[in-house]
Design a protein around this ligand. Sequence first.
Ligand SMILES: NC(=O)c1ccc[n+]([C@@H]2O[C@H](COP(=O)([O-])OP(=O)(O)OC[C@H]3O[C@@H](n4cnc5c(N)ncnc54)[C@H](OP(=O)(O)O)[C@@H]3O)[C@@H](O)[C@H]2O)c1
Length: 274
Amino acid sequence: MSYLDSLFSLNNKVAVVTGGTGVLGSSMVRALAQAGAKVAIVGRRKDVADELAAQIDREGGTAIGVSADVLNAQQLSQAKKVILDKFGAINILVNGAGGNMPGATIPTDRTFLDLKVEEFQKVVELNLTGSVLPSQILAEPIMAARSGCIINISSMAAYLPITRVVGYSAAKAAISNFTQWMAVEMAKKFGEGIRVNAIAPGFFLTEQNRTLLTNSDGGLTERGQSVINHTPFGRFGKPDELASTLIWLCSDGAKFVSGVVVAVDGGFSSFAGV
Ligand SMILES: NC(=O)c1ccc[n+]([C@@H]2O[C@H](COP(=O)([O-])OP(=O)(O)OC[C@H]3O[C@@H](n4cnc5c(N)ncnc54)[C@H](OP(=O)(O)O)[C@@H]3O)[C@@H](O)[C@H]2O)c1
């Protein structure tokens, strides 16, 4: 293996991906497996996780499906045990579970006064606590070994809040902040062997935003068109366009990189709109 290949290799690493059953998560699972990692796919839909794991095994990789809700400490502890029993270590945690929720999205004919606070709390819980709690439980072996990395998934909504999605925007801004906080906490308490970074995807068409961005006939909603107009590349991202950023951040190639949020967004976050 050349020096450059070795810098980006994840051979013999064990990666855990929460939300590995989702559109972006499953693409990240494939990328990690292709880079040589053994992957634990965590989601509430065990059947979907198992099916993806079987596909990866057929393609020559190594993966298992593990069931857990990222907000349930007991399930996460059980998941950790299953992963450690199977693979013997956890070196990489990708906190991929998350997304917006229809109930927490203010309809165009309503205002902030109509927002149900329980719906706001649910979306903040999923996106923020749903990364904090798995970092405590699934990344505990990383801290015990003083070696490994955590990748959080932020969003364009973290840079500037996005209309109608107040809870999701607040939660993703908090994820970028948590990424920086954790990067410092890990380095100060456990040393430079633990790095914490985030990826902020631009707009990718997935299950959690499909009804906001597209109509039932597949055409763009007004909001979907507005996203495209605001993306200098003029298109949505493709899930596999996150792969190389993810592998770089997880590998020795990013040995001196911690606390950054890398936008993979077709220019969205740099565009003022004029
Ligand atoms: N799509 C975009 O444009 C975009 C942009 C920026 C950031 N993101 C972020 O990227 C991440 C992946 O989203 P996606 O677009 O790929 O959405 P998706 O296809 O809807 O996937 C969401 C994933 O989250 C998991 N999940 C949801 N609630 C969970 C819970 N309580 N416990 C465990 N897993 C849970 C789901 O798994 P189960 O149903 O199996 O539990 C699923 O795997 C999210 O953090 C999202 O906010 C997406």
